[in-house]
Design a protein around this ligand. Structure first.
Ligand code: TYF
Ligand code: FE
Length: 384
């Protein structure tokens, strides 16, 4: 948007998020959680049975656009994975981008000073080839560029079709996601701007123009956020840092428990948030609660909106879905509670109706309900 007048950067296009790769203590069970609660399907597998003896990976998919991979080491030999586990707990290791030209993007990133994790390689099997390369971003998080040259196999070369047939999705209501809308990274204090600048310099991202673009700082949230995006605005990465308020920021709580920067939330886009949230609730997934006063307020504002909200407001309220809007459109969003014992990663479900923001109008209510959970955990303490 803001950069439409600028020239397309060199290095080829970003097509979107390819997959999210989690490093976890027990990939078999972590994958099962996302199948049961979020309605993912088993998709691909690599491990002992396929001749891979150090790391196991289970890959899930939801629809055509959302792929989550879960890996665990088979023993103590893989030091990087084991250190990652003890330091961070289960978390996102890799936010992988689907790209037009892995080598061009990698070479450019290297020229701009990025740290290499894996130089470009072409991986092949009988189903085709992919070109992969990885670079370091904030903390221990990496980005892998995935160039799929008409690859027809399951996930990536070396993977087979996941062997598990699970009856659970035939017993529970289906959940459908379209794609990964955005992935948010939390940083320690004073590291947000350098991280945003890293994306501008290394990947030719720009600051995404939206109502939420200005650095926000409210009494409740004590956080600041900058959204960076690729030229085509298919990748959106908000970057947060704590601000100094009266109480310890929710971002600081994350950074303390994750032992540094990392992925805070993944937003999954749907076209029918009411149906999907009702299905996930039926599957026992826990979402943040929102007080009824929020909906009293919303009902007061509805007559002044420039468009009709097509969803039933009673059902929106019953499911605790948040509504943000401007003069042109609206978005609906809801947040799970943290998905692990450490208060770190959570998931957002989002539906957009001609609105490209991130829910700035909801920040006050949202942050109050996040802070309620933070205080139950004993972590909403006074800032020195
Ligand atoms: O991605 C976003 O910006 C919104 C709002 O700790 C948000 O989902 C921002 C910070 C945060 C939780 C949600
Ligand atoms: Fe979000």
């Amino acid at each position: 948007m803001a950069d439409q007048l600028k020239q397309r950067p060199e290095g080829g296009k970003f097509y979107g998020f390819d997959h999210i790769h989690f490093w976890v203590g027990n990939a078999l069970q972590a994958a099962s959680f996302y199948v049961t609660r979020f309605g993912f399907q088993y998709y691909a597998y690599r491990g002992l049975e396929t001749g891979v003896r150090d790391v196991v990976t289970h890959v899930l998919r939801n629809g055509e656009g959302v792929f989550f991979a879960f890996s665990s080491p088979y023993g103590p030999q893989n030091e990087i994975m084991n250190t990652h586990q003890s330091k961070h707990g289960d978390g996102v290791r890799d936010v992988a981008f689907r790209v037009e030209d892995t080598r061009a993007l990698y070479d450019k990133a290297m020229a701009k000073g990025a740290k290499s994790i894996r130089p470009p390689t072409e991986d092949k099997d009988e189903h085709g080839s992919v070109i992969l390369a990885s670079i370091q971003t904030y903390g221990d998080t990496i980005h892998t560029f995935v160039q799929r040259n008409d690859y027809k196999g399951f996930f990536l070369p070396g993977f087979t079709r996941h062997p598990k047939i699970d009856p659970i999705n035939t017993l529970l209501p289906p959940v459908e996601f379209l794609l990964v809308d955005h992935v948010v990274g939390n940083q320690p204090e004073h590291e947000m701007v350098p991280v945003a600048e890293w994306y501008e310099k290394t990947l030719d991202f720009h600051r995404f123009w939206s109502v939420d673009d200005s650095i926000l700082h409210t009494d409740y949230s004590s956080l600041q956020s900058i959204v960076v995006s690729d030229f085509d605005e298919v990748i959106k990465m908000p970057i947060n840092e704590p601000a100094h308020g009266k109480k310890v920021s929710q971002i600081q709580e994350y950074v303390d428990y994750y032992s540094g920067p990392g992925v805070q939330h993944i937003a999954l886009k749907t076209d029918n948030i009411l149906k999907e949230v009702e299905a996930m609730r039926a599957r026992g997934l826990d979402f943040l609660s929102i007080p009824d006063t929020y909906y009293d307020n919303l009902r007061k504002n509805i007559p002044h909106m420039n468009f009709k909200i097509s969803e039933d407001i009673d059902l929106i309220q019953k499911n605790k879905i948040l509504v943000d809007y401007d003069d042109k459109g609206y978005l609906l969003q809801i947040f799970t509670k943290p998905l692990e014992d450490r208060p770190t990663l959570f998931i957002e479900i989002i539906q957009r109706r001609n609105h490209s923001g991130f829910g700035a109008g909801n920040f006050k209510s949202l942050f109050q309900s996040i802070e309620l959970e933070q205080s139950i955990r004993g972590n909403l303490t006074d800032n020195p």
